[in-house]
Design a protein around this ligand. Structure first.
Ligand SMILES: [Zn+2]
Length: 244
């Protein structure tokens, strides 16, 4: 069972970036809950653990301590950006990241950008607590800018939140090599038949073989056993004999 640690940035008394009528802590929580639901629903053999699943404050050291203690296979910390400019998406690994962290960042970044479309600010490295103190491959994502009006408008759209969730889910699944759960197919709609009434297409033949005594005429709609075939063949042979 793979363990994925998802860290929703900020929370409680720490709202993160606040502008354009949105708070970073709300977006990061929404995205994190969405990643857990979709990853566990779509893929086999994976469990998603969360730093927080409600609007509570957590110290950074508690977040990484919990992820390390849980023995998570990967850690992704979810944030939104601020600082003005043109906006867009960027991701961070630690300044001296492991090969696996670099691979996780590469996979995640590409998957998220393919869903978001624009603007790619690049795969970066920085001395950030969450990616430095996590023992497992770790990446921090900055999902659009709260204080850039065009990005804030996008973050208010359910389809954009959905794209961010989807990108993270696909990136993590690709990195871990997760196997999709079999698609639940609806059972084909079949007409319930009355086994005591012959099908329309078999009516004439059924009448003929019952008139001749090969079948006793009961339950035309049930499967036949070898013994019953034997009886029918025996009756047929006697019939041919009589004829002969
Ligand atoms: Zn943040």
């Amino acid at each position: 069972m793979f363990k994925v640690w998802i860290d929703a940035g900020h929370g409680g008394k720490d709202p993160g970036a606040v502008a354009n009528g949105i708070q970073e802590k709300d977006i990061t929580l929404k995205v994190s809950l969405g990643i857990k639901e979709r990853l566990e629903e779509t893929y086999e053999n994976v469990q998603v653990l969360l730093s927080r699943s409600t609007d509570v404050f957590l110290e950074l050291r508690d977040r990484t301590a919990k992820a390390n203690a849980a023995g998570a296979d990967v850690m992704v910390s979810i944030h939104c950006n601020a600082g003005g400019g043109k906006g867009g998406f960027e991701s961070f690994r630690y300044t001296s990241a492991s090969q696996n962290s670099i691979k996780l960042q590469e996979t995640l970044h590409k998957a998220i950008m393919s869903k978001l479309g624009r603007i790619d600010r690049g795969q970066k490295s920085k001395n950030l607590h969450m990616v430095r103190e996590s023992k497992m491959p770790a990446v921090l994502t900055e999902n659009l800018f709260i204080d850039v009006a065009a990005d804030a408008d996008r973050l208010k759209q359910a389809t954009v939140i959905d794209a961010i969730i989807d990108g993270h889910v696909q990136g993590i699944a690709t990195y871990l090599g997760l196997k999709s759960k079999p698609v639940k197919e609806d059972k084909p709609v079949t007409q319930q038949r009355d086994i005591n009434i012959p099908s329309k297409w078999a009516e004439e033949t059924w009448k003929e073989v019952t008139d001749k005594g090969f079948f006793d005429g009961s339950r035309p709609g049930v499967p036949i056993t070898r013994e019953e075939v034997g009886i029918v063949v025996s009756r047929l042979l006697k019939y041919i004999d009589l004829k002969g």
